[in-house]
Design a protein around this ligand. Structure first.
Ligand code: KG4
Ligand code: ZN
Length: 336
């Protein structure tokens, strides 16, 4: 089945054509990040307007790169939530309009389920059951996935998401937006043990990153000299390691507690090189099979929406044109 996927829940307008839920024929991503960087974060009104401008050219490009036309497309999947409602509406309404005009089956997809489904866009996808960490600018959730449609939340952040912690730290350090990528770069040259940052909520599967942010602020207050390049690298590496340690430790422990031997890690922060390295090392030591999509499929993209949408469409799921965009949509509740 050839499915057109559409994603517009935050600041990326994306369209993709995916065959059989696995093979990516195109995955076009138009990022607005440079625009939002001027404001230090995503401005919802600007995001919606930019999605409106980008959506049709991005879909045209995705069809073109896949050497397909709408006549070849057999189903349409678009992000329905969670995210910025004004942004989601642009992709969701466009998907509905195309589905109506071409009389195609249509489904609204949960964005978090999409992040997990990104791990299936490979030759050898993970086998159920597995533990999944979805870690992005909006979410830090651990699930045990028995099957799609049988997903249990076992841990989540009580305050900031890990990506948000990276972004806020980068702002404090004057490193620009989004912070994750810059800190990832700088950290590669720094000492991750140099500064002791907290690793809270040790015995829980839940996360808390707001204390880490305060610890960074307090550390910066103790500094009298301007921060040198070397010190900036050490701060980045130590801050990053504090996040990486809790993400890896809790996910591995959740997998063990659920007696599953496979872990999937996805979402924007899963593009982080140190996180990937530490997950690899921990999983090797514990004999756990690790699946982390390539970085371009970890950050927001429409191929992952097409992947999950294909699975729904193949199961015969169809949504009406009356489904609404959802700002909040916990995974596991009516995501099929
Ligand atoms: O999944 P995503 O593209 O959008 C959301 O659904 O939130 O994730 C964006 C988040 C941002 O907070 C960004 O700073 C973070 O992912 N991120 C990274 C890296 N690349 C993106 N964080 C750490 N290291 C990276 N290399
Ligand atoms: Zn996302």
């Amino acid at each position: 089945m050839l499915v057109l996927g559409i994603e517009s829940s935050c600041d990326e307008t994306s369209a993709a054509v995916v065959s059989g839920g696995r093979r990516i024929l195109s995955n076009v991503i138009a990022s607005q990040v440079d625009l939002h960087a001027l404001y230090g974060g995503v401005v919802p009104e600007i995001a919606s307007r930019k999605h409106m401008e980008a959506i049709m050219p991005v879909i045209d490009q995705a069809l073109g790169e896949a050497k397909a036309t709408l006549e070849d497309i057999e189903g349409i999947a678009a992000t329905r939530g969670p995210g910025l409602v004004g942004s989601i509406l642009v992709g969701l309404s466009t998907a509905k309009a195309i589905a109506f005009a071409k009389n195609l089956p249509f489904v609204g997809v949960n964005h978090i389920a999409g992040h997990i489904a990104a791990a299936f866009l490979v030759e050898e996808p993970p086998a159920f059951p597995f533990a999944a960490l979805v870690v992005s600018g909006g979410h830090t959730n651990i699930y045990v996935v028995e099957d799609f449609g049988r997903i249990n939340l076992v841990g989540q952040t009580r305050d900031d998401a890990a990506g948000e912690a990276f972004d806020k730290a980068a702002k404090m350090l004057d490193l620009g937006y989004p912070g994750g990528v810059v800190i990832d770069e700088l950290a590669a040259r720094g000492d991750p043990q140099k500064i002791k940052f907290p690793r809270p909520m040790k015995d829980s599967f839940d996360f808390s990153f707001s204390g880490l942010k305060t610890a960074l602020l307090n550390y910066l207050k103790t500094r009298e000299q301007p921060i040198t390049d070397d010190e900036m690298s050490d701060i980045s590496a130590s801050f990053q390691q504090a996040i990486v340690d809790v993400l890896v430790e809790k996910t591995v422990r959740a997998a063990e507690a659920a007696s599953v031997s496979t872990i999937v890690v996805s979402g924007g922060v899963a593009a982080n090189r140190r996180l990937r390295h530490c997950f690899q090392a921990a999983c090797e030591e514990k004999g756990i099979e690790l699946h982390v999509p390539p970085p371009v499929l970890c950050t927001d993209n429409a191929a992952m929406i097409a992947a999950y949408g294909s699975m729904l469409l193949e199961k015969g799921v169809r949504h009406g044109y009356d489904i609404k965009a959802l700002s909040r949509w916990p995974l596991g509740l009516m995501d099929l």
